[in-house]
Ligand binder design. Structure first.
Ligand SMILES: Nc1ncnc2c1ncn2[C@@H]1O[C@H](COP(=O)(O)OP(=O)(O)O)[C@@H](O)[C@H]1O
Ligand SMILES: N[C@@H](CCC(=O)OP(=O)(O)O)C(=O)O
Length: 372
């Protein structure tokens, strides 16, 4: 295990547990195994660490109880119903198992919007902070019963990375049925080898990860873990993928077990890190090559460099910025879309006449922009 991520030293650690680990093939909770995870968390807690659990499994658990096909994922309505039934069983199991180790479980169910909207994000962050300070162990899942197709994470990997950001955690551990990122899906390619450390996620790394879930219970596959890693890195947290197949998986990893570590980027400001981790944007500003170069060197985006503008956004909304080679930055719009369209490609001197008011210094200011 690379020395740069020492999970035992993280004051705050997020541990995400996938459906395939939590739920048996017959649809029941793997209680004995889960008890060993609870014991590991209690040990970490006793050593002074604050641990947040992101627990999948509601849909898989509920599907069995409702007799739904395809693990409850045949339709959005099935998944919503299955989650409503499964989540009760899941919370009960966590409350009992953590309780028997002397810990207080605290459930939080989040939707994508709770973390994408800055005000709601700050609200969720302060709830988390308070719970951790009070010594409780937050157990988080997506609120699948009300999540809709458009407004949902759909996988708990990216949710865990966003939670790490909200909790200002130093590390995320994704426990899965596979012990890391391989050069190809190891279930399909016997020659695939595990990668120990990734500092920069590029197209080559993304191409290694399949989106499908071999167990048929999970949803994200490796692709969502790599995307989660990118969010965590940008938030200044290390992320590791490790196997949860055996009892006491957290203790095994903390003791130096194997896995793939995605090394954190240098920490940036809280707002920029929130921006980098966002999953949605209201529009896209397409810029020319000159503007793309200027932004890469740290400049603000001036209206003169904009070529076309897509989407409906208002001032302060998050927009993506795409150059000739594709999307490369994200920031807060200084104008509503309608005004942005009117001044796109125009020099500063022309803008006041077009707008009828004094133009702002940029379409997207560099203080409210991150390069991806
Ligand atoms: N490059 C890869 N390296 C490792 N596993 C991969 C890769 N590409 C795809 N996978 C698949 O990802 C699966 C883990 O994702 P998933 O089933 O969603 O797990 P979880 O329920 O833990 O989120 C592995 O079992 C494997 O089949
Ligand atoms: N929120 C869903 C889990 C979705 C999910 O990410 O599953 P997994 O890929 O197993 O971590 C549930 O509780 O069933």
């Amino acid at each position: 295990m690379p020395q740069r991520f020492s999970p035992g030293r993280c004051a705050r650690l997020i541990v995400k547990i996938g459906s395939a680990l939590l739920v048996d093939a017959d649809g029941s909770i793997r209680r004995d195994w889960l008890a060993t995870v609870a014991a590991d968390i209690a040990a970490a807690h006793a050593a002074g660490q604050q641990v947040v659990i992101v627990s999948s499994g509601a849909i898989a658990l509920g599907a069995r109880r409702l007799g739904l096909s395809k693990g409850g994922r045949a339709s959005l309505e099935d998944a919503q119903a299955a989650a409503a039934v499964g989540q009760i069983a899941l919370s009960q199991a966590w409350a009992e198992l953590l309780g028997s180790c002397g810990l207080t479980a605290a459930q939080i169910l989040l939707t994508l919007d709770d973390l994408e909207d800055r005000r709601r994000y700050l609200n969720a962050a302060s709830t988390l902070d308070r719970l951790l300070t009070l010594g409780a162990v937050p157990v988080i899942n997506e609120n699948d019963s009300v999540a809709t197709a458009e407004i949902r994470f759909g996988d708990n990997d990216r949710l865990a990375a966003r939670v790490a950001q909200a909790a200002r955690a130093q590390g995320v551990l994704l426990l899965s049925d596979v012990d890391g990122l391989y050069t190809a899906n190891p279930h399909r390619d016997a020659a695939a080898t595990r990668i120990d450390e990734v500092t920069h996620i590029d197209a080559r790394i993304r191409a290694m990860a399949d989106g499908g879930s071999a167990s048929g219970m999970g949803s994200g596959g490796m692709a969502s873990k790599v995307e989660a890693a990118r969010i965590a890195q940008a938030a200044g947290a290390h992320l590791a993928i490790a196997s949860g197949q055996r009892p006491h998986p957290l203790a095994a990893f903390l003791a130096g077990g194997t896995g793939t570590v995605f090394v954190a980027d240098p920490v940036r400001g809280a707002r920029k890190s929130w921006l980098a981790g966002r999953l949605t944007a209201r529009g896209t500003i397409h810029v020319d090559a000159g503007a793309a170069d200027a932004l890469a060197r740290g400049a603000s985006l001036l209206a003169a460099g904009a070529v076309t503008i897509d989407g409906r956004f208002t001032r302060g909304d998050v927009v993506e910025i795409a150059g000739p080679d594709g999307r490369f930055a994200r920031g807060l719009a200084e104008y509503d879309a309608a005004d942005a369209v009117r001044i796109a490609g125009r020099r500063s001197a022309e803008q006041a006449d077009i707008l009828g008011y004094a133009p702002r210094s940029a379409l997207v200011h560099r203080d409210h922009m991150v390069l991806l």
